[in-house]
Design a binder for this molecule. Sequence first.
Ligand code: ZN
Length: 306
Amino acid sequence: MGRQKTIGRPITCSGIGLHSGQEVSMNLCPSPPDTGIIFRRMDLPDTPVVQARPENILDVHYATTLGKAGVEVKTVEHLLAALAGLGIDNLMVEISGPEVPVMDGSAAPFVDLLLQAGIRRHYVPKTYIVVTKPLVIEMGNRSIQILPSKRFRIHYSMGFDHPRFPEQSIELLISRRTFIRKIAPSRTYGFLRDVEYLWRRGLALGGSLENTVVIGDEGPLNDLRFGDELIRHKVLDLIGDLYLLGRPLQGTVVAKGAGHLLHTTLVREIQRHLESDQVSRCVVAAPEPLSFPVPASAKPLGSPAV
Ligand SMILES: [Zn+2]
């Protein structure tokens, strides 16, 4: 806590995109302080970049897609959740195609990979977004709100329109440990009844029992990792989407029947309040003071080296 973080060394993974079905490889590389999470499309001329920022949210149907000047990166939320969970602030993600690989459908493979690369601290303080007044967003009977609190908590509830999963809810204090053990392993899910509709729309083309909890009329076709894996995965998606703010949040998020659209609407709303000067109305960025001396010889991490 306290200082910004990146990873110790570059590390590579590959797999297929959940929606595109396209094979893609990804290099995760250490990055300098205050640069945030940046995706670089290695397969396009001039290797253009898209930063994980609220203004680059392009599409939120069934996954979160970032885009800028015609350059897209789809399904960023599970990787972003892993970065949020481990407190990694700065990273360059070099990617060879338009979609982040789905791996096993959860954030656990990304957590393993990042831990393998090692976490390195910069000599630069981390900043947080501290919620000082509630923000509420409602869409019909779905809603999301953020309330002031000293820690980052999530309360998520959802009905799944299925006899085996009528309603699930979970309330968690999100720490690194909680994230790794209780949230990261939960996989994305889909209903068999929706598959044809999704395929017709060019979605879920890479989906399989290897990377998705598939739910038929009688129940899940694969073994669940948690009895309430579906709602845990909603929390995973929410953590990933909230990390588009580029900084960790201090506040309690209460989501009811939400999804990427409400998650990212909240992100934009928090960002809007940060950009306006009406911070007293809503949120303020609270830099955490450095609590240690910075050695004069300290080399900033991320300068070409590691
Ligand atoms: Zn997801």
